[in-house]
Design a protein around this ligand. Structure first.
Ligand SMILES: NC(=O)c1ccc[n+]([C@@H]2O[C@H](COP(=O)([O-])OP(=O)(O)OC[C@H]3O[C@@H](n4cnc5c(N)ncnc54)[C@H](O)[C@@H]3O)[C@@H](O)[C@H]2O)c1
Length: 337
């Protein structure tokens, strides 16, 4: 059977997770090329992946007839341009979250994929995580009655990338960190958001406050869905204590909690009389299996010509909520969607 030849565009942290998966762990898929404007990064990626082909310019990459699909994992502001060009060249597209900078860009990507008859999947890998999938099933089976409130938070340990500082160019932590929480609350509530109220502040990156006065590294959002379900989202960058992603779904007859702060199920103590249990250190570790399952799902959708599990529409709705949240932070008011 012919394998789907994949080119990675953006050979950084997220991209390399997918590329490593495609290099042997995804049946029917094959990593074929790496691309990055930083040619050293592209070359290093190719060497690590054991492939010969690498590109500096994405236009050359998508002009390569051997390539069937691209994984777009570069800064968000380039997603639209690359995705539209890839679709027009007949390549299937896996695009990391956030899908794009605004709804209009998402529409362009959706339209290009549709008119060229190629798949467009967005990187909401939490939907492929075992616990998230089980929670969704429990909700659908009525195990906690009707859903009343979905709370989701993501706190990351590391300093934001420099390209994230300018909110105009990155849409900020609501996009970079909370896109996943936004998709999660939408998925579990089974509805679209009606209103959002958000607060943001810069508490841990004060040295950039003068140059980037709009930057926030902590955000909270209260929101209401069209079906009446309430949502609470919180995001934080550079928390330093670990990677902390947890969800709680409160129903009329019960509650579901996903995740905890621990890396392993082992606790130790010694002569210091202190219990010790390492905290989860990285999203790459916590969602390792979920990334693999989403990559497999993308290739299966191509090979079987079936619907992708996270569509351009899901990506667009998350972007819409990000924009509304950022507007709410600036205007200090409830934004109706
Ligand atoms: N799904 C997830 O959990 C997850 C996690 C992290 C990042 N992401 C997303 O992945 C994307 C990349 O984030 P990252 O953390 O890997 O960033 P990164 O800075 O580690 O890597 C980005 C790479 O893209 C390259 N690049 C810059 N401009 C480019 C262009 N025009 N064309 C091609 N490549 C270009 C950079 O040189 C760099 O190597 C972002 O959209 C981010 O939100 C998703």
């Amino acid at each position: 059977m012919k394998k789907v030849k994949v080119c990675l565009i953006g050979s950084g942290r997220a991209g390399m997770i997918h590329a490593r998966n495609m290099a042997g762990s995804v049946p029917g898929g094959e990593i074929y090329a790496a691309c990055d404007p930083d040619v050293k990064a592209a070359k290093a990626a190719a060497e690590e992946l054991g492939i010969d082909t690498y590109y500096q310019d994405y236009k050359e990459a998508i002009g390569d007839e051997s390539i069937d699909a691209v994984i777009i994992a570069c800064p968000t502001k380039y997603h639209r341009e690359i995705a539209v060009a890839a679709a027009n060249a007949g390549k299937h597209i896996f695009c990391e979250k956030p899908m794009a900078m605004n709804e209009e860009e998402c529409d362009e990507m959706i339209k290009a994929a549709k008119s060229n008859n190629v798949k467009l999947q967005i990187g909401f890998m939490r939907r492929f995580d075992d616990s998230f999938r089980e929670a969704k099933k429990m909700i659908e089976e009525g195990e906690i009655g009707d859903v009343v409130l979905v709370k989701s938070h993501t706190r990351g340990p590391s300093k934001p990338r420099e390209w994230m500082y300018d909110i105009e160019k990155s849409n900020g932590p609501l996009a970079e960190v909370c896109s996943h929480d936004i998709d999660t609350v939408r998925w579990f509530a089974g509805s679209e958001l009606k209103s959002v109220y958000a607060l943001g502040g810069n508490f841990r990156n004060k040295e950039i406050a003068e140059q980037y006065p709009d930057f926030y590294d902590n955000v909270i959002v209260n929101a209401e869905f069209e079906n009446g379900v309430h949502a609470s989202i919180e995001g934080a960058q550079y928390v330093q204590y670990g990677y902390d992603a947890r969800v709680e779904i409160l129903g009329t007859k019960g509650v579901i909690c996903i995740g905890d702060m621990h890396e392993k199920k082992i606790t130790s103590a010694n002569e210091s009389h202190q219990l010790k249990r390492p905290s989860m250190h990285s999203w790459t570790h916590l969602f390792k299996d979920a990334y693999l399952l989403e990559d497999r799902s993308f290739i299966e959708a191509i090979l079987n010509d079936s619907e992708v599990e996270c569509s351009g529409y899901d990506g667009k709705m998350a972007v819409k909520i990000v924009k509304a949240g950022n507007e709410s932070i600036v205007q200090k008011k409830i934004v109706m969607l």
